[in-house]
Write a protein that binds this ligand. Structure first.
Ligand code: PEP
Ligand code: MG
Length: 756
């Protein structure tokens, strides 16, 4: 057996590499020096760097030992040869006889036929493959574990170099390194609008500035201490009383505990430190390997585990750096925030004057963060897979909240196209502004009142800007969600008064607190439930703990002194609940009267229809209410049993299909029969095609997001309602094979000259 050559060990090599990285030389010279250093250190006859290009091929960028003439000429197709295999699998390949391997492909120009042993490692960053680093020897030998480790560690330096973009200048267009390439990510449009700006990561990645350890023994101690602290942190979270009661959260923490104690994970971390890198760099390396492996999984369960491992790695990193991972207080101008997921409260924490857009990896169109984004007019794209690991802070980015497209590091062509799009949108906005003061009346003379969905002071100017008929849904919980402490009655009163002042003669419908589910208040104890959407939320909480509801109703009634007010209750499931809620309003009215407060001129009390059971109590409910408002976001989620916030299922069924359309038509008809106003305030009303269908079903009042008023009004004004109603009725009553109802109505609109 051949003797193992004296391997220099990674620490010395890393130190030398650090010097090379600091030198003021060209990118090519730097790469050339790096391969010489690695080859010498590893006692290898060959060291080569292959860089993955935008066209999916791997190009030889530097070599020591192979024919230098082949640099920038040798190109391997994706998956071709051993180098291609390493890139494809993102795993190290260690062979004592490379030519025996079925994937071996011979490139005559390189002169590599004389080398038998081969060690290739992927150059990874955030789990994404950027290239391949290879060493080769003439003799048949298998590289030792510590040599493989050392080469992987070394590849981190190359990953940083490639990711910095300094190699891009070496390549002709279309053949640049894949890192920092322009990317087009198809997502789902959640909030309309085009956003141009620069990436801000919601959970900033901790940048490991220092890769190479000054004192490796100390790094090992730091790593051990951090792992202990991480375990203690997870134990503390598990001991937390609220968590201890069970639920999904607990399961996640249990999984975290398992990872934090996993011997393989801990061993890999320590081994990485053993190669001479800092503890932080070791966490990054191990996590990058994990990601690379997990990203190749198609099993959604395993992919979900990738997020858990990311979380664990981030927590460990924070233990090491002491970084608390808080949202940056100062947003740069034109910020586009990129996040894996986000709650509505977190979105409201951002400075809206600088926020130009939002990209989420997870989140469906009726999730509350999407609703808040729409309410605030922040262009938003969801389902942008892997966005957080592909985007770097400061990258140029363009998002289109209508089509769901995300362009990362866009080319100038894309930039120009979007600049044109922005101009086009501005022209359309001007057209909408021109019909602002006109009513939404169909061609055959039927008016559909358009109201706004609102919830914050910032929404109020939209009343004037859009020419809406009033506020059809004022989500009072938003004030609670943005506050740091429970808003006092006086603060609620103040907001409601301002809302009514801003609305003037226009009606305002306040919804009482709808918290619970995914709407959590930062200052309230979190109650873990298996199914929060179907748990103790909204009116259920209000009736069980009436103190809060009473004070809120009192604030509303006092704000309405001398004017009209409409109050509605969310998530009513039974007539008795409505009776009980209405009794609270009456009690507060009596209280005000007794204390000589100025009374409202008129109080209208209504229920939201969000729970399917109400559909079968309409004849009992309608005589009791002054109006109904259909919360289609929840109603649809419960009718189809699809979690509105779960992107995997949220769009599984088309809302514009007979079951939902029949339910909605029933609501409109029953309201008409009983002479009660029925409004629809879910997100359906904000989409032109859906709004057209709602009008056809008999809705004469819709409540929608401010940005949707113009487009929806223009559709209504183009519409021959009798014709579209006949078509919709026919499609619902006699479902037909072939194109969907949605498609048939799109075709109808086109034929009728209605621009959706
Ligand atoms: C709804 O459910 O449709 C609704 C309007 O309420 P929210 O989206 O706030 O739950
Ligand atoms: Mg709802």
């Amino acid at each position: 057996m051949p003797m193992r050559p004296a391997f220099g060990g990674p620490r010395l090599l890393l130190r030398r590499l650090r010097e090379v990285m600091a030198e003021q030389i060209s990118a090519q010279e730097r790469l050339d020096k790096i391969v010489v250093l690695i080859a010498a250190n590893m006692v290898a006859e060959v060291c080569s760097v292959y860089v993955l290009r935008v066209d999916g091929t791997l190009e030889l960028y530097a070599t020591q030992g192979l024919n230098r003439e082949a640099v920038h000429l040798t190109v391997m197709r994706a998956g071709e040869g051993l180098v291609g295999l390493v890139a494809q699998t993102a795993e190290a390949l260690n062979l004592s006889d490379a030519q025996e391997h079925p994937s071996f492909s011979f490139k005559p120009e390189t002169g590599e036929e004389i080398f038998h042993s081969f060690l290739g490692v992927p150059i990874l960053r955030g789990g994404n493959t950027l290239g391949v680093l290879v060493v080769q020897n003439r003799a048949h030998r298998k590289y030792e574990e510590d040599e493989v480790e050392a080469l992987q560690t070394t590849s981190m330096v190359l990953a940083e170099m490639i990711a910095s973009g300094e190699l891009s200048a070496l390549a002709p267009p279309g053949q640049e390194p894949v890192a920092r390439r322009p990317l087009h990510l198809p997502g789902e449009g959640l909030a309309d609008g085009v956003g141009l700006g620069h990436v801000v990561l919601h959970e900033p990645r901790i940048h490991v500035a220092k890769l190479i350890a000054d004192d490796p023994a100390r790094e090992l101690v730091r790593m051990e201490t951090a792992i202990e602290a991480l375990r203690a942190e997870i134990d503390d979270m598990l001991d937390d009383e609220a968590v201890a009661r069970g639920g999904e959260h607990r399961d996640i923490l249990e999984a975290y505990r398992m990872f934090a104690h996993d011997r393989g994970f801990v061993r890999r971390l320590k081994e990485a430190v053993g190669t001479g890198i800092t503890a932080e760099a070791a966490v990054e390396r191990v996590q990058s390997d994990n990601r690379a492996r997990m990203m190749r999984q198609t099993d959604p369960y395993l992919r979900e585990r990738m997020h858990d491992l990311d979380d664990i790695a981030n927590r460990l990193m924070r233990q090491l750096t002491g970084d608390k991972g808080v949202v940056p207080a100062e947003l740069p101008d034109n910020a586009i925030v990129v996040a894996r997921h986000m709650g509505p409260a977190a979105l409201l924490d951002y400075d809206r004057t600088k926020l130009r857009g939002l990209v989420l990896e997870e989140a469906g169109s009726t999730s509350h963060v999407a609703i808040v984004a729409r309410a605030l007019g922040i262009p938003t794209v969801g389902q942008a897979e892997n966005a957080t690991s592909l985007a770097d802070p400061g990258d140029a980015i363009i998002i289109d909240g209508a089509t769901g497209e995300v362009h990362l590091r866009p080319t100038s062509d894309v930039e120009n196209a979007y600049a044109e799009k922005v101009r086009f949108r501005a022209r359309r906005q001007a057209q909408y502004a021109a019909i602002r003061h006109l009513p939404a009346v169909t061609r055959d003379g039927v008016e559909v009142k358009l109201h706004l969905n609102a919830g914050l002071m910032v929404d109020l100017p939209f009343l004037e800007e859009t020419g809406a008929s009033g506020i059809g849904l004022f989500r009072t919980e938003l004030q609670f969600m943005v506050a740091n402490a429970l808003p006092r009655t006086a603060e609620q009163l103040d907001l409601y008064r301002k809302v009514l002042d801003a609305a003037g003669e226009r009606p305002v419908t306040f919804r009482t607190l709808d918290i619970g589910g995914d709407k959590v208040l930062p200052y309230m104890e979190v109650i873990q439930e298996e199914n929060p959407a179907m748990g103790w939320r909204a009116i259920r909480l209000g009736l069980d703990r009436p103190g809060l509801l009473r004070s809120q109703v009192r604030a509303m009634l006092r704000a309405a002194a001398g004017r009209e007010i409409r109050i509605m209750f969310p998530m009513i499931a039974a007539v008795e609940e409505f009776d009980a809620a209405k009794a609270i309003v009456e009690r507060e009215l009596t209280h005000l009267r007794r204390h000589d407060h100025r009374m409202p001129d008129r109080v209208q009390v209504g229920a939201m229809v969000e729970v399917p059971a109400l559909l079968f109590q309409l004849d009992e409910l309608l005589p009791r209410v002054d109006f109904l408002s259909v919360g289609s976001n929840d109603l649809v989620q419960f009718m189809f049993a699809v979690d509105r916030g779960n992107s995997r299922v949220a769009n599984r069924f088309d809302t514009m299909s007979p079951p939902i359309l029949r339910a909605l038509r029933l609501l409109a008809r029953k309201g008409h029969e009983h002479g009660k106003l029925v409004t629809l305030c879910g997100e359906l009303a904000s989409r032109p095609l859906e709004a057209m269908i709602l009008a056809a079903l008999g809705f004469r009042s819709l409540s929608l997001s401010p940005a949707a008023v113009g487009p929806v009004k223009s559709v209504i004004r183009d519409l021959d309602l009798a014709r579209v109603s006949a078509l919709v009725d026919d499609l619902i009553d006699k479902p037909k094979p072939g194109p969907s109802i949605r498609q048939r109505l799109r075709d109808f609109a086109e034929a009728e000259g209605v621009s959706l």
